[in-house]
Ligand binder design. Sequence first.
Ligand code: SF4
Length: 229
Amino acid sequence: MLPPFMDPLFYILGKAVFVAALAVLAAALVGAVLIAYSFKTGHFFMARIMLTFVSLLESLIKAIFRTFGADDAIVDEVGVKLRNYINQEKFRKVPREDRAIFMPQCLRSIDCPAKLTPEGLLCINCGKCGIGAAKAYAEGLGYRFFVAPGSGVIKRMIKKYRPGAIVGVGCIMEIKEGVDLCHRYDIPAIGVPLLTSGCISTKLEWDRFYETISDGERSGPAHDDEPAR
Ligand code: SF4
């Protein structure tokens, strides 16, 4: 049996928890509305505040999306776009010679002849996929270019070359984790999501990739979005 003076204390505590839960739910609802708005319009309203919502209340916001029958992957997609949007200014201030690009191996042709080296797969620009031309073009701009078979290579290359900025290509979940990791190391990173996910023969919107690495100049070599495999 609790002493009588504890009753009001529990009452106040209960009320505080209830108010806090309501506040969190309201913040998640606002976050969900802002994310849906950004996804639909491509405009970012209060980008940093939105990113805080996404980072802190991700699970709750996804649950709200599911409750309303919407695809919760939108939350991850907008999260990546927000980070790209916020990072862009800092990214462009880094000289290209000090930047690195990480390509996923799943973008290669299934007949890729590249050999595995300690610095990832060594693309020989055989022409069977778009990576070879991208590598030649990016290296011409000054970038370091890696085709990474896994996150181990990425971490090793970051440790070895200490790039000042990074462009990462991958599926939304990989990019989200990678961009968040770079943020913790204070490296401005831009994520370019694949159009399809999977383990082999994935696709990339190459125009978007070239626009990103050339700082919005929309340049790049002639290419097909779906090269011959
Ligand atoms: S161009 Fe594509 S398929 Fe050819 S070596 Fe490079 S990564 Fe492999």
